[in-house]
Design a protein around this ligand. Structure first.
Ligand code: MG
Length: 304
């Protein structure tokens, strides 16, 4: 069901468009990304320890990795390769090749100053080719989401890995950094699932500075639609609107996050989403037990 608060929201969808469940049976579906070369959506079931691939053309579901070592977020790097956050391996991975429909993984980052990362959660590509990823502790705190272990770092940070492999820590001032998306080369939106807010950072090179702008999806329509919950994953469309996961589905916000334009209502908590399909205009949503899709009139912002 679509709940519209604005003609701008109505214009984002073909008439009669409704969310459709295309696969189910998952426990905590997360981290979707569309791979154009394979016409597939890759996504995780973090708690079942599996990664799935969903072929868009015939809506068929195939197991990609089992065990997946509790993979979570995915994205494409500047060369179009699949990048995965691994809770279990406490590392950021890249698929350097494929063999028999299986990725061959290489480690991009696993340590900072000799200490193991916590559990990389979500990742996105900057226009300069660097990858930015969040590193909260869900994969070591929650037995169902990883293999446990000690926290070795002093915090839960956002890392940047440059195209030459150099690692740095642009963001150290969040509690539990999670989903993240660039609006431009100089503007990052970052969800903090510790306090339920999404924060805007100004980015310059390897540095990121917090601005005063932030929002929480739970603030909007709190009386009429109280199930806003927290943002986990988020994506932007090509016009900069923010498409945020929420407890009641996906909430579409104006580019600065000031106005709620509408809600794609789903029956379960949505953890993450991505645009995909051969035209780039299908929104895929990982919502607890199921994968959903809806056709849109817009494409996702992309730097790959
Ligand atoms: Mg996440």
């Amino acid at each position: 069901m679509l709940i519209s608060f604005s003609p701008e929201f109505d214009a984002l969808f073909p008439s009669q468009a409704v969310p459709k469940q295309v696969a189910d049976g998952f426990t905590w579906a997360e981290g979707p990304v569309y791979l154009p070369a394979r016409d597939e959506v890759i996504f995780s079931d973090v708690r079942q320890n599996k990664t799935w691939r969903f072929r868009v053309s015939d809506e068929s579901l195939h197991l990609l990795e089992s065990p997946s070592h509790h993979q979570n977020g995915h994205c494409l790097d500047a060369a179009g390769r699949l990048v995965a956050c691994s809770h279990g391996e406490r590392a950021l991975l890249v698929a350097i090749d494929w063999q028999d429909d299986k990725p061959i993984w290489d480690v991009l980052a696993s340590h900072w100053e000799g200490k193991r990362l916590n559990s990389p959660n979500d990742v996105c590509l900057h226009p300069d080719g660097s990858l930015w990823f969040s590193d909260p502790t869900y994969g070591i705190d929650k037995p169902e989401e990883g293999y446990g272990g000690e926290m070795e770092l002093e915090g839960r940070w956002v890392f940047r890995i440059g195209s030459g492999g150099e690692l740095s820590v642009p963001i150290r001032d969040r509690f539990k950094p999670n989903g993240l998306a660039f609006a431009s080369a100089s503007e990052l939106w970052l969800a903090d699932t510790g306090d339920g807010r999404v924060y805007r950072y100004e980015v310059r090179g390897t540095e990121a500075k917090l601005t005063s702008q932030s929002f929480a999806v739970s603030e909007y329509e709190a009386e009429t639609y109280p199930r806003g919950g927290k943002t986990d994953g988020l994506r932007l469309d090509e016009q900069g609107r923010i498409w945020s996961s929420a407890a009641d589905g996906v909430r579409v916000l104006s580019p600065c996050g000031q106005h709620l334009l509408g809600i794609i209502a789903l029956p379960e908590v949505c953890a993450n989403l991505c645009f995909g399909g051969s035209e780039g205009n299908i929104l895929f949503m990982t919502a607890t037990n199921a994968l959903w899709k809806i056709e849109t009139n817009i494409r996702g912002m992309s730097f790959s």
